[in-house]
Design a protein around this ligand. Structure first.
Ligand code: AP5
Ligand code: MG
Length: 216
């Protein structure tokens, strides 16, 4: 299946993508995780994107699309894109990439959550840099303080989850990413979902909608 997750920072894209990808062996491509890894490994791409990512600004379209298409080009079947496309330009780039390969999207999910809830979720987020598992000090606490349940790694707070950066990220989302919803609205694969429910409730809705598609 070819799946896209759209939604504001903190709406649960990464949490659900990891669960869904692990359960169904679908390659999970998170542009944010790809960039954070490149920054930590100090690769040329990492050096180029560091100031954008850590200040909550968007990485330039051309560079993001190049990185995404290089990864997509290596996949044999199916993908789950988490955090891409995030501008109209990227959405158009993705359309062209897929059309050139006679591919289509099976589902585009929009994770709908109020901004007030997002601020709370992001301030309480902790992530494992090793296996990318996402925790929350309120909604998804690790069994041992500061330690990843999945791999035992030390959990960290993302630099862009500081309150002042979160404010800017939400503004960037409102201005640059919200218009992407209009690009997909009206297409049969587009599904807005209420992502303000519990992690399990959101997951059940995703799997049930994907199940309906698989049976169609
Ligand atoms: P990225 O890493 O993609 O960040 P984001 O889109 O801002 O989204 P987040 O990862 O913050 O949130 P999420 O929706 O994944 O939520 P999560 O599941 O973690 O991008 C980072 C940066 O990289 C960008 O700012 C930009 O600089 C650059 N970048 C990336 N892609 C780009 C692109 N395409 N173009 C240009 N630049 C790009 O959940 C959040 C918290 O809530 C967690 O603590 C979780 O446990 C908790 N939670 C999850 N679900 C629930 C629930 N249902 N109820 C309660 N709590 C929940
Ligand atoms: Mg994420």
């Amino acid at each position: 299946m070819n799946i896209v997750f759209l939604g504001p920072p903190g709406s649960g894209k990464g949490t659900q993508a990891k669960k869904l990808a692990d359960a169904n062996s679908i390659p999970h491509l998170s542009t944010g995780d790809i960039f954070r890894e490149a920054i930590s490994a100090q690769t040329p791409v990492g050096k180029e994107v560091k100031s954008f990512v850590e200040s909550g600004k968007l990485v330039p379209d051309q560079l993001v699309s190049k990185v995404v298409f290089e990864k997509l080009g290596t996949l044999k079947q199916g993908f789950l894109l988490d955090g891409y496309p995030r501008t109209l330009e990227q959405a158009k780039d993705l359309d062209v990439f897929l059309k050139d390969r006679s591919l289509t999207l099976d589902a585009v999910f929009f994770f709908d959550v109020d901004f007030d809830e997002l601020v709370q979720r992001l301030s309480a987020r902790r992530q494992c840099p090793g296996c990318k598992e996402v925790f929350n000090l309120v909604a998804r606490t690790p069994k041992r303080d500061g330690t990843c349940d999945a791999c035992g790694g030390a959990l960290v707070q993302r630099p862009d989850d500081k309150a002042e950066v979160v404010k800017d990220r939400l503004e960037v989302y409102r201005k640059q990413t919200q218009p992407v919803l209009g690009h997909y609205e009206g297409r049969p694969e587009y599904h807005p979902i209420n992502a303000a429910r519990t992690i399990d409730e959101v997951y059940n809705e995703l799997t049930s909608r994907l199940g309906q598609k698989a049976r169609a």
